[in-house]
Design a binder for this molecule. Sequence first.
Ligand code: C2O
Ligand code: CU
Ligand code: CU
Length: 426
Amino acid sequence: HSDRSTDYYELSVRPGVAEILPGVPTEVITYNGSFPGPTIRARRGRSVKVAVTNRLQTPSAVHLHGGIVPQDSDGHPLDVIQPGNSRIYHYPNDQRAATLWYHDHAHHLEAEQIYKGLCGLYLVEDPAEAPTLPRGQFDIPLMFRDVALDDHGQLLWAMFDAQRRSTVLVNGVPQPVLRVRRRKYRLRLVNTSNERMFAFRLGNGAEFVQVATDGGLLARPVRRTEISLWPAERVEVVVDFAKARGGSQITLVNAQGTALENTEVMRFEVVDGIRKDMPDTDDSSVPQKLSVLPAVGAPVMTTRKVVLSFDFKNLVFLINGKPYDPHRTDFTIKRGSTEIWEVTNADPDPIPHSLHVHVVQFRVLDRDGRSVEPWEAFPKDTVSIASGETVRLLIRFDAPYTGVFPFHCHFVDHSSVAMMAQMRIV
Ligand code: C2O
Ligand code: CU
Ligand code: CU
């Protein structure tokens, strides 16, 4: 009878069939038969145990992206569940409420296994945080990913195949229609793509009010008309459909100047309330102060460089000149310390990369010396790095755990071919 009780979940990793196109069975990989995987709801301060059984022919590891978890529950690429085996992951949820997601992380296999379906949402909730935001049925997660489908509606899989992955799925289906009432909604946008970057706009030019980023609520809401979302990033917005006419349709489109530009990703169909004479009531609101973010803390003792590049001879991506070696320690970091990481995209090909660091939420200080907007500053766990750009991160290693944790590009087609490194927290 303390708050420290535990919730249990079971996940079985197994082949399955999804209905991506109506009436067409598509072979996928699933958690519990679901594509994408089931949403796990956790509460801040209450731990979760997830028992995972691997019914695939390949190894699998489950990683909780954005989670502050002990090393033996982090899903290190070599710490896999072999075919036929089970294990229990332990998630303490001693962290801010946030939209996290879980996904496969088996060494060299994660790109294919995530692409085929091994990902799901993990929501850490805290009823004390911004309680007036839209909730319950008005709080809707939207997971985006691109796929390539063949003539028979089957998933085509090839690394670096982003061009052909031109079908955008939202929660597992292309161009869904979501019926909404004339009121405010909280939408949790999650990009689970292997290497597709999105830039969303609402078709009627309406605004998004961004309330949260990777690691949870911002200090204050920010009005935006376009939301860019790189692989693994999360953005939470409030959209108000109150002024839309009943029966009208509002599209979510990929903005101009992006890949798949002007593609309609999904549609909101505005419906009037049950009783025409009684308008929907909406007592939700977006407070001007959403949360108090933790202070920067300890002085910075260490500055490190992280250089992202490519080796043309061996055709592998590199971090600091080396391909990933899961047995090597790249950085040794003191638990409790604060560091600055200068991350440079020095890939000779003009392609974007990103950096995701396990077990922390960091601040993005600046891009090529220019300070960044508050909505992309903090708290983040994945950051975009354009070709040639240098991004500085302020990272506080305040998790109570020691051990080896990866950091990598979250274009998983890249991380699967060596664009990964790891730190030992001591
Ligand atoms: Cu979402 Cu190491 O990854
Ligand atoms: Cu992660
Ligand atoms: Cu990359």
